[in-house]
Ligand binder design. Structure first.
Ligand SMILES: NC(=O)c1ccc[n+]([C@@H]2O[C@H](COP(=O)([O-])OP(=O)(O)OC[C@H]3O[C@@H](n4cnc5c(N)ncnc54)[C@H](OP(=O)(O)O)[C@@H]3O)[C@@H](O)[C@H]2O)c1
Length: 330
């Protein structure tokens, strides 16, 4: 598995990482099997992945607890990334969403960050988080200055509780502010071959500034594996219902496109999921594809993409096909 640099942190991460949002379960992802999730985490590590991404908000602590259980006896093999900034313990911050009777707010206030870090360390069963990322950025109605957030994270690093600092869902202008106030190692934006908006700004910025880009939802929540057929339905609250590509007419177009790549899968002796992940991590500026998995076989398959190397011609053909798809119909 190819190793890449986590910005200027000195930490090396694999080009394919494991995302654990679905492992948290809850209304977005439905019922989840914890023992199977633990086996999926072990399968990822055994297949060569070292980066595991989680967050307190994934199942209100559940994902972090499961990750903690899974890595208890193998902590040294893991670059452990979690997040702060989604807060549901009191009224601090701006309201973001309601779920399972909780009001989740965006807060990057140093007071709430400190509490979150202590709780994450406890749930993860570790004394140090390798990468702490601000999950969503502050809004004008709860405007913690980025300099204050960064000062808090820098202090936590000096105390040895975190090793490197990252942001998620941040613009280049916000990253400029973080960089002016401290060392920013990484950012975590949304990116897949069906959602390439960050090619216009975030990816060139990361490349120019030496910031690692750990991209999320690279498989469009499983759609790009080709395994979610036209008949599959999701509950009204499912995260997939928020993605326009899952609507029947749009889904059909994606599945047709994927079906035309059979020859590429044969040529590279890989599955569609692996082909798509290999394309994603080959894009300029992308450091790592954070692929979600909660079944051991999916985790192993996704990690296997680290061994697939597309030539420029095949990558260009895939780009031409996704560009021809255009935008999903409303
Ligand atoms: N910073 C943020 O705001 C943010 C937002 C979203 C995600 N993330 C991070 O990025 C990670 C990845 O994103 P994501 O989970 O949204 O989407 P994803 O990686 O595009 O898709 C994950 C889902 O696709 C299905 N899947 C994955 N590999 C498969 C395979 N080989 N075969 C069949 N199905 C497969 C699984 O669904 P089932 O489990 O249902 O089978 C899996 O849970 C998250 O886990 C999280 O760590 C961060």
């Amino acid at each position: 598995m190819e190793m890449r640099r986590l910005g200027s942190s000195g930490i090396g991460v694999t080009a394919v990482g494991l995302g654990t949002w679905a492992i948290g379960g809850g209304p977005w992802w439905g019922t989840t099997n914890d023992e199977q999730s633990i086996r999926a985490i072990h399968a990822s590590l055994d297949a060569g992945i070292n980066l595991i991404d989680t967050a307190p908000a994934y199942g209100f602590g559940h994902s972090e607890r499961i990750v903690g259980r899974a890595i208890r006896d193998r902590r040294d093999r893991v670059v452990l990334a979690t997040k702060c900034g989604l807060w549901w313990k009191d009224g601090t911050g701006s309201v973001f969403f309601e779920q399972s009777g909780k009001t989740v707010r965006r807060s990057l206030d140093p007071r709430t960050i400190r509490i979150e870090v202590e709780e994450s360390l406890r749930r993860l069963g570790t004394d140090r988080i390798d990468l702490m990322q601000t999950h969503w950025q502050a809004t004008p109605d709860a405007p913690t200055p980025i300099a204050d957030t960064m000062a808090c994270l820098t202090q936590l690093r000096a105390e040895g509780k975190i090793r490197a600092i990252g942001v998620s869902n941040a613009t280049p202008a916000q990253m400029d502010e973080y960089r002016a106030a401290g060392d920013l190692a990484a950012c975590q934006p949304r990116y897949s071959m069906l959602d390439r908006k960050i090619e216009a700004d975030v990816l060139p910025y990361c490349r120019d500034q030496g910031i690692a880009a750990l991209v999320y939802s690279p498989l469009e929540q499983g759609l790009l594996t080709g395994k979610i057929g036209m008949d599959r339905q999701f509950s009204p609250e499912a995260a997939r219902n928020m993605i326009p590509w899952f609507r029947p007419g749009n889904r059909h177009r994606v599945l047709d496109m994927l079906a035309r790549w059979d020859d590429l899968c044969e040529k590279h002796a890989c599955s569609l999921a692996q082909l798509v992940i290999a394309w994603t991590v080959a894009q300029p500026g992308v450091t790592c594809a954070l692929c979600g998995a909660r079944k051991p076989e999916d985790a192993e398959e996704n990690a296997g993409a680290g061994a697939v190397h597309l030539g420029p011609e095949d990558a260009a053909r895939m780009r031409a096909d996704v560009e021809a798809l255009g935008e999903p119909a409303a």
